[in-house]
Design a binder for this molecule. Structure first.
Ligand code: 5GP
Length: 177
């Protein structure tokens, strides 16, 4: 049995999503956005965030795999790519968490090759200590410590995505620091 300890409450998440939405609405005023959901982990954050947006939003989805259980493999496999032609569009990538940044750097490289007008990143969580690639989200919800996190879309082997808050998880026998 794993133990969970909440590090970001549902109320804190809602406030951050509203703040991020307001920042994006201000920056993109009068322009449309193609919002790109990075599946699977971002699906809850994405659906909350785009409902804060007052500018016209087109939504599309891509799915990549970069993690086996709790360890970053460093390898990024694309399972499913966008259906939309992004050429000349203002594209906003919506990501649940940036750790090494390797996943996003692959996604950004591939999206840039299709000539969007602009390309920005909105990440709910930023685990800066783990960074291996030069990735700095344009919009960040929370800076988080280097713990494995679950909840609000983030999973551990498919579980815990439905938790309303973000929690750190520890295996049996280990103490939370
Ligand atoms: P990166 O390529 O930046 O190391 O990792 C990005 C992806 O790894 C995220 O989209 C997420 O799927 C997964 N990831 C990174 N840190 C965590 C974490 O603490 N918890 C969970 N559940 N997934 C994580």
């Amino acid at each position: 049995m794993k133990e969970l300890s909440e590090v970001i409450s549902p109320g804190e998440i809602s406030a951050a999503v509203r703040r991020l939405g307001a920042e994006i609405n201000r920056d993109y005023a009068g322009r449309g956005i193609l919002a790109v959901c990075v599946l699977n982990g971002s699906f809850i954050f994405f659906s909350d965030l785009i409902r804060e947006l007052t500018t016209p939003v087109e939504a599309d989805f891509l799915k990549v795999r970069s993690y086996a259980s709790t360890k970053s493999s460093g390898d990024v496999e694309v399972d499913c790519w966008l259906k939309t032609d992004i050429k000349g569009k203002d594209v906003l990538i919506v990501e649940d968490i940036v750790d090494t940044g390797l996943t996003l750097s692959v996604i950004i490289q591939r999206l840039k090759a299709d000539n969007p007008k602009t390309l920005k990143v909105c990440a709910l969580l930023d685990k800066r200590a783990g960074r291996k690639a030069e990735i700095n989200p344009d919009y960040t919800g929370f800076l988080v410590d280097d713990h494995f996190l679950v909840g609000y879309g983030l999973d551990l082997d498919g579980h815990y995505r439905n938790l309303r808050g973000v929690c750190k998880v520890r295996p049996p026998g280990l103490k939370f620091p």
